[in-house]
Design a protein around this ligand. Sequence first.
Ligand code: SF4
Length: 394
Amino acid sequence: MNFALRHSPLRDLAARVEAGERLTEADALRLFESRDLNALGQLADFANQRRNGRRASYIVNRYLNYSNYCILSCQFCAFSRKKRDADGFELSVSQMVEKAREALALGITELHIVGGLHPSLPFSHYLEFLRALKALDPRLQLKCFTAIEILHLAWLAKKSVPETLAELRAAGLSSLTGGGAEIFRKEVRTAIAKGKESAAEYLDVHRQWHQLGGRSTCTMLFGHVESLADRVDHLRQLRDLQDETRGFTGFIPLPYQPDNNAIPVTTPPTGFDLLRTLAVARLYLDNFEHITAYWVGFGMKMAQLGLSYGADDLHGTIVEEHIFHMAGARTPQLQTEKDLVRAIREAGRVPVQRDTFYQPLRVWEEAAAGAVAAEEFGGAASAGRQQETDQAAG
Ligand code: SF4
């Protein structure tokens, strides 16, 4: 145990983490309530490096929102529009294909596709765009849909959730996204996302996807009206499902953005809150491999710091982000791969380009002269492995 931890009020928890003991909900709450951010960060970094070494990953991906029309009106959401709104949008399949084609030329390995619960598009439309995008390149991984979108699609298809998921997978779906978890406790959910699926429904969609052999990520929207105990309750439910299925590839905490919505919160979470939330997630979610510092919500500078507070992933290049920016995010629309690599390297980590399932595609190494060199698993070998992973996980 190092000096900072030996003299910290958290030293008893540090000893238990070092011994590999699982933390309780009370422990997680104590960590959240601690003001000893350096000790918390060192402990989370220890837990992260024990699992992931000094590697930190990113993905070359593109976001694609097929539409922002939505039949729901979650209070926190600045993205959704009604058909009467002038700034609603809806992409045709050919427009989606065109955007995907441009992004493939930039080297993306993943399209990340979500939208609102569209009032009139039929189920066949979703199958059609999945097939059209997959046809562009069978190696392209399609990470699509939140749990509430899956429930909407099952309702449109008039099929069970597992049948709907199987049909989507056959059309090209590789992985589910983790969006829509918000905060699980019912009172908070009602206050920020009335009408959305319950926590049990969110978890059940992911459970059923995992039981089909699929993988997904999960999230937590924090820093609005929830308490620290609510965050712990949320993390507990994710940890429980992970114990059951081992289907989550990673956890992505999402800092609340305060603009253009109906929640009476005027400031986003502070830097202190961003880092402690990453650190507690790393320590409490002991059955998760990967924790992401999401640069869109954190800002690149805080996300980079997050790599020393338990995170081992910065997410991706993204190219075009709407959801956080319509809610007030001041971050850029995209990051270049070069910027992600530089941020990771500057934080003292080894950059790794990953695929949707966090499998390494390229490990960057420091060259002796300080120049960038890369150990590439690329070319045919990379493509083959990516396809294998897709088939096994998707
Ligand atoms: S959060 Fe999703 S489901 Fe809720 S209003 Fe926005 S787009 Fe619709």
